[in-house]
Design a protein around this ligand. Sequence first.
Ligand code: AMP
Length: 283
Amino acid sequence: MSRPPIVVRTLPALRGALTGLRARNATTALVPTMGALHDGHLTLVRLAKRRADRVVVSIFVNPAQFAPHEDFASYPRTWKADLAKLAAENVDLVWNPDVKAMYPDGFATSIVTEGPAVVGLEDRFRPHFFGGVTTVVGKLFTQCRPDVALFGAKDFQQLRVVTRMARDLDLGVKVIGAPTVRERDGLAMSSRNVYLSPEQRRAAPMLYRALKETAKRIGAGGRIEPAVAAGAKQVSEAGFALDYFEARHAETLAPIASTKAGPIRILVAARIGSTRLIDNIAV
Ligand code: AMP
């Protein structure tokens, strides 16, 4: 039997609801999302349930992480369907502030991150992005004060940045990464996949295929540089405009020249038509 979660849209309502949830020292997990929920998000919710007594999901399309030319206005918003999915998962609380509640008039403070936020991957192509993400996630953590928070490995650099931030700022939240959930053909689930035309959708799984083949070559002892070049070529030939296709140190995200230098993650970002997709894989 599913029961609808409590939905709150103001900070006083959030505080009241959290006090109720935390009765008898219950622990809480937070799953931050921008809505348009798919099985990737719901997997985070299911993992959250295993890590804490109560689960809070935030749904907030964060304007601060979109550049003016990006898709903030057209980002898919599917509130009713989202709520039904969260009810089916028995989520306890949905935090759904509006922009004014999150960024009141005169808002003038933000979180600046370095380390994994400035390694020349997403930050190179979306210079505004991590400032927007860390500021809103920092706010979500202080608003909800969860014991744990779940983030998907699909946004691998973001996972590293948020993990670092929680540690650096003593936010008292344990950040837990969850594996990427994929469609049957390998395409990483994303709210932005709805933008793809049927033809683009058919081409899109090439991102994962190229990642897998590159990881296999490097894992089998192949040199990193030619393996990455071959992967990049595969993606370009499938009709993508490549932002990056790179092998990096899986922890620091620094460039890495050999498997002996540490665990490797291969990361890709590429545009097909006006849709930008990202994905990554461990070697
Ligand atoms: P978003 O709503 O796109 O901001 O994503 C909210 C959270 O869901 C982030 O932690 C994402 O990394 C995670 N997420 C998005 N897509 C997937 C996926 N396919 N598999 C696992 N986690 C995902």
